[in-house]
Design a protein around this ligand. Sequence first.
Ligand SMILES: Cc1ncc(COP(=O)(O)O)c(C=O)c1O
Length: 375
Amino acid sequence: MVKGEGLIVTDSEGNTYLDCIAGIACCALGHAHPAIAAAVAEQATKLVHASNLFGHEPSATLADELAKRTGLDRVFFCNSGTEANEAAIKLARKYQWRGGQPEKLTILACTGSFHGRTFGALAATANDAYKEGFGPMPDGFAFTPFNDIDALEKNLDASVAAFIVEPIQGESGVNVADPAFLRAARRLCDETGALLIFDEIQCGSGRLGTFCAYERFGVKPDVLTMAKALGNGLPIGAMLCTEAASSGLQPGDHGSTFGGSPVPCAAALAHLRVRDETDLEGHVLARESHLFAGLRALADAYPGVYAQPRGMGLLAALPVVAPHEAGAIVAEARARGVLFGTAGGNAVRIAPPLVVSNAQLDTALGVLAGIAKTL
Ligand SMILES: Cc1ncc(COP(=O)(O)O)c(C=O)c1O
């Protein structure tokens, strides 16, 4: 890739593509958005780096904005999703330790989970393929079946420091949590004193038509992690938590040299401002119905190639029916000028910039239909 503007990216040979994956759900406002470019340029002339020794205006303002929008109290800034989850895991362990319960240390995660690639986040990731050759994993991690309330009742016991879950599992196939499962998790965490962590790195930051994914499920976590779309493509992650949970991390317990640097914070603030000015959340909800109607129509029209879609907001998976392969369909779509991703369970993943229009969605759906006709 050499250039991007809105949903259109251009490669080094001058070919253009309609981007329906947005750097895996990162470029919410599309590529090279003028407000982001201006905020980055302006901040770059003012203050680029302060480290975590000193406060600065962009991170303080962003912390206030995120606290307001998430309903949580405290923020730790970092540079990526995996670091946000790493911070959440450390917070949970030390929260229990400070609370006089050091034996309460298990991080319980779900089958199908993906939480990142550093050792803590990787240990909480279910898929063994990501772990192969990197063992041994850190101790104190366990898994419970996604969306299985009976198993959760059994596994979320007094040994658990925190339960971490994606409201929508992105990597393993855009699997949507049952709201009853998340409600059960909330109840069990309240009963046992475990922290409830929602990993909203892929499904949050407005992708579901609400700023936080949790708003669509009606269950509020104690800890929430975000990254990807927050800086519209600039590297920033955030771990947010309640005042009570924040006792887990005192000054000096955890840190980051670059986390919450002025330039990515300025980009994130510009992103939030544009969302408000353009009612991006209303736009996403309107596009959601168009996208899913189109995907359902594809599954109805080509049942030998596509199955019924999964997802919510502008995060969708279109399952591909064997012997056809999602990877081959994504490659063919790229040759036809539309970029998608794959997701676990042999599916095409669709996560366009949130500013996508119905006409652009129709172009993408048309390419999927065109490919199905040839199979
Ligand atoms: C749900 C979820 N958590 C964590 C991560 C890791 O984020 P990063 O790649 O920014 O470290 C990802 C990335 O795909 C993700 O989808």
